[in-house]
Write a protein that binds this ligand. Structure first.
Ligand SMILES: [Zn+2]
Length: 120
């Protein structure tokens, strides 16, 4: 049994968007989040959504196989579904940070303040 789901741009009527750059992503996957313990000791667990974005993930080694797949095939078809399954399984299984990187957060806050479309 799989504990994650994948949505490609062609599998829904909605465009799959990247939360990092708002551009079109190739796919999103809902994967389990390891969770956290509350101050009173209650365990919270859930899921989170990750996106495969041709811009944001261009330099991510774990994304290279799937990015190459979409560059070559463009979409998932019956003829290439087995290859896609192997690549997406490897991508979903790649280690990812689960916490907040304060340096990344500071950069994103600074970028938000520089954007004239955001309120002060
Ligand atoms: Zn992106």
């Amino acid at each position: 049994m799989t504990d994650w789901t994948v949505h490609t741009a062609g599998s829904t009527r909605e465009e799959v968007a990247c939360a990092r750059c708002s551009g079109a992503a190739y796919l999103t996957a809902t994967i389990p989040h390891p969770g956290w313990d509350s101050p009173v000791g209650r365990r919270f667990a859930g899921s989170r959504t990750i996106a495969l974005c041709p811009r944001c993930d261009a330099h991510d080694p774990a994304s290279q196989g799937l990015l190459a797949y979409f560059a070559i095939h463009g979409e998932v078809t019956a003829d290439t579904a087995d290859t896609f399954a192997v690549l997406v399984r490897a991508w979903v299984s790649a280690p990812r940070p689960t916490g907040v990187d304060p340096r990344v957060l500071d950069r994103e806050i600074e970028a938000w303040h520089r954007d004239p479309n955001n309120p002060e």
